[in-house]
Design a protein. Structure first.
Lengths: 192, 472, 87
């Protein structure tokens, strides 16, 4: 997880201090890491107590994260070397305190099960389906976990890093355009 | 969707499949003279009506039969339908004319943008991202560029930020005009359709003057915008603002107290505030329920804190309230546009740091928009270093430090958020877009249960979904 | 969307013509990945291609007028339609 600290170590914004203190008191064993980048705070959680933590975050008066702003699936295959490649990133927003918090849960490809938070925020329905569709993360307890963007009988999880782009060669009269993943962009022209 | 599904005998089909094959010599219930022509033109034509959508159709019909509800009609308002705001498919279960369940099926416009961006440089990502929510392309670009700038740890020059605000507000007005036009059309107010698109043409003309294109501009780039306002644009915008105020009054006169409009929109699609917050809804739908939440005020970006504007709310939380909120938002946007024009700062429109800012100074020449002759002379004749910078910037692009950020902005439909992950190279690692229409579509089901079919159309159009954003 | 498009094309009565509007429909456009068929003429026979991203209104109108002329002159239909008709 990216925890680029600021110069003197990581200092979360003041409004989030009570939330982080409360989390550390109650869920000490579930929190794996707290970090952040450019003013944002990210808490990496263990998946067992995810629903408990989210319920506490939604209901506790110092937190009141009533809106699940975003649920993102990320595949960290080429980013770092941890075996837990697949990650779900929850972005929470609190209307009352105007603060944002991010939660991360990481799982491996062999055991990609994460408890669903649709019981806490019903708006997680579509985004969890999307994360399942594109990354293969199974959300236990989701009411209707089927593919949302790809056709229902599609095989494979397209946005994983080991899934090919699927581009085809395109022939024009007098020109030939190769698919984008074979073009030499990465690293620039000075690299091979 | 790159596999073309050919019909074959092994595919499971539901009872709704009809297969008609016209063979040479067989006149399939056509009058004799026409039959001969028909057959000769279509000798091997196979007409087949196939149930679309794969598994869920069969499931839905099976479930309805199992529950013994034989007076339930399952209608597929398929992806090809004039009133679905794009290729949205609604599977509606009806008892008579009342809806008992509605399931939106999306994915017909999925273009794989998020994955494609991982194979392009950061600036090329703008061209992809701008094509998601096609009615508000400047918002897409700005959100992406703000996220990239946050990762880079820089801010665009003040003139660029003011220009971004100007274009964003004009785009907000044009997006709401399209909403008004299509909603009016679907509810039967046909003249609103023409008026909405007529005003939108004015805005598209202004956008074309500034960016070169009517839509999908790729104008906002990381660390600034690519081109400044040309001569005469400010006067054009001022004239438009004057006109638009009068036109907004006209639309209000036409619709706000219109008894037919009130009948069709009052009380339709009601959702309580708790439901909306739980579903993660943002934008005019949330403001129509009474919660005054606008990211431009709560977490300002691009200098929005300098401008004075109100956040309109309504309390009905039905289609009529959402109409009121959107109309009021158009007026507030006009106020912001005026204020921006008053206080437009001078200075560059793109960061002058040679490692970050886009190198080419664009200018309008006889053959269109391209590199300005002064810039070409500088890099070719005067400075080797500038030439190298230009080359590396255009081919390799900027290198963004490692990290992840999430940047939300207020688009006409709600909170448009960008979760950008960078691994330190010149290609993005992962760009995920939190699209407001995607989240807002989840309200389709709770809103529509108990409504009549015609009201479902009104309710779905009050969500203002743009399928390019939903499917990306 | 490809099977849906083919179904709609098959459901339309003759005479019918297809305009491929925009560069994504003509040739896949800027997208070349698992989700996009490179050109709608792999699914349905196309009579007029209108490029652009997006096409200007004038381009679309020009395309429709050219199609009118093509039909008036009785020019042969596109190759795919002829193949389908077995000629």
């Amino acid at each position: 997880m990216s925890t680029e600290a600021t110069e003197n170590g990581f200092r979360p914004p003041d409004a989030l201090q009570p939330v982080l203190t409360g989390l550390r008191e109650r869920f000490e064993d579930a929190i794996l890491e707290v970090g952040g980048h450019r003013g944002e705070v990210v808490v990496e959680l263990d998946r067992e107590r995810l629903v408990e933590v989210c319920t506490w975050l939604r209901d506790h008066p110092a937190a009141r994260f009533r809106q699940l702003a975003s649920l993102t699936g990320i595949d960290y295959l080429k980013y770092d070397d941890r075996p837990e490649r697949l990650c779900t990133d929850y972005n929470l927003y609190s209307f009352d305190h105007n603060i944002r918090l991010r939660l991360k849960v990481r799982v491996t490809v062999e055991d990609p099960h994460i408890p669903s938070v649709t019981g806490v925020w019903p708006g997680a329905n579509f985004p969890e389906r999307e994360a399942y569709d594109f990354f293969g993360i199974r959300f236990d307890g989701h009411p209707n976990l089927i593919r949302i963007e790809m056709p229902e009988d599609w095989k494979g999880y397209p946005q994983r890093k080991d899934y090919p782009l699927g581009g085809v060669d395109v022939e024009y009269i007098g020109a030939h355009i190769p698919p984008p993943d074979t073009r030499r962009y990465k690293g620039g022209w000075t690299s091979t | 969707m790159s596999e073309v599904e050919t019909p074959d005998a092994d595919r499971p089909t539901s009872e709704l499949v009809d297969e008609v094959v016209v063979r040479p010599g067989e006149a399939h219930d056509l009058p004799p003279t026409q039959a001969a022509e028909h057959v000769s033109m279509n000798e091997r034509r196979v007409h087949q009506v196939v149930a679309m959508g794969g598994g869920d159709w069969a499931e839905v019909t099976a479930r309805a039969e199992a529950e013994g509800q034989d007076d339930v009609m399952i209608i597929n308002m398929g992806p090809q339908h004039p009133s679905t705001h794009g290729v949205l498919r609604l599977v509606v279960e009806l008892k008579g004319e009342e809806v008992i369940n509605l399931q939106p099926v999306v994915g017909y416009l999925h273009t794989g943008i998020e994955k494609s961006i991982e194979y392009r440089t950061w600036v090329q990502g703008v061209t992809f991202v701008t094509r998601m929510d096609y009615l508000a392309p400047i918002f897409n670009e700005t959100g992406y560029c703000l996220a990239v700038e946050k990762l880079l740890g820089i801010e665009a020059p003040p003139r660029a930020q003011a220009l971004r605000v100007l274009m964003m507000e004009l785009n907000r007005i044009s997006s709401h005009l399209v909403w008004l036009a299509t909603t009016g059309l679907e509810l039967g107010a046909l003249s609103i359709m023409l008026y909405g698109f007529r005003e939108r043409e004015e805005i598209l003309d202004i956008l074309e003057d500034v960016t070169g294109l009517r839509m999908n501009h790729a104008w906002v780039r990381p660390a600034g915008v690519s081109q400044d306002l040309p001569e005469g644009t400010e006067d054009k915008i001022r004239a438009f603002v004057r006109d638009m105020r009068g036109k907004a009054d006209e639309y209000e006169t036409l619709l706000t107290n219109n008894p037919i409009w009130l009948e069709r929109t009052r009380g339709i699609g009601h959702l309580s505030l708790e439901e909306l917050i739980g579903l993660g809804i943002t934008g005019p739908m949330l403001r129509a329920a009474g919660l005054e939440h606008d990211l431009r005020k709560a977490q300002p970006y691009c200098g929005y804190e300098q401008y004075e504007f109100d956040v309109p709310t309504a309390t009905g939380s039905d289609v009529y309230a959402r109409y009121q909120v959107r109309l009021a938002e158009m007026r507030e946007s006009l106020r912001i546009v005026e204020q921006v024009l008053e206080s437009l700062p001078g200075g560059p429109v793109m960061s002058t740091d040679p490692k970050i800012g886009w190198p080419a100074k664009l200018a309008l020449g006889p053959d269109g928009l391209g590199n300005s002759p002064a810039h070409v002379q500088h890099i070719m004749g005067e400075s080797m270093e500038a030439l190298i910078h230009h080359f590396k910037q255009v081919t390799e692009g900027i290198k963004v430090p490692r990290g992840e950020v999430y940047v939300p902005i207020e688009s006409p439909r709600g909170e448009l958020g960008y979760h950008v992950v960078s691994d330190g190279s010149n290609l993005p690692y992962r760009v995920h877009v939190r699209d407001p229409s995607f989240m807002n579509l989840q309200t389709g089901t709770p809103m529509s249960i108990g409504l009549l079919v015609a009201d479902v159309i009104a309710a779905m159009s009050s969500i203002d979904p743009v399928l390019g954003g939903v499917d990306r | 969307m490809a099977p849906v498009l083919r179904t709609i094309y098959d459901q339309m009565p003759e005479p019918k013509w297809v305009i491929s509007m925009g560069v994504c429909a003509t040739s896949g456009g800027m997208f070349n990945n698992y989700a996009i068929v490179q050109g709608v003429d792999q699914i349905v026979p196309v009579d007029m291609y209108v490029p652009g991203c997006p096409p200007r209104p004038e381009m679309l109108m020009g395309g429709i007028l050219k199609l009118h002329e093509k039909i008036m002159k009785g020019e042969p239909r596109s190759k795919l339609v002829l193949e389908e008709a077995g000629r």
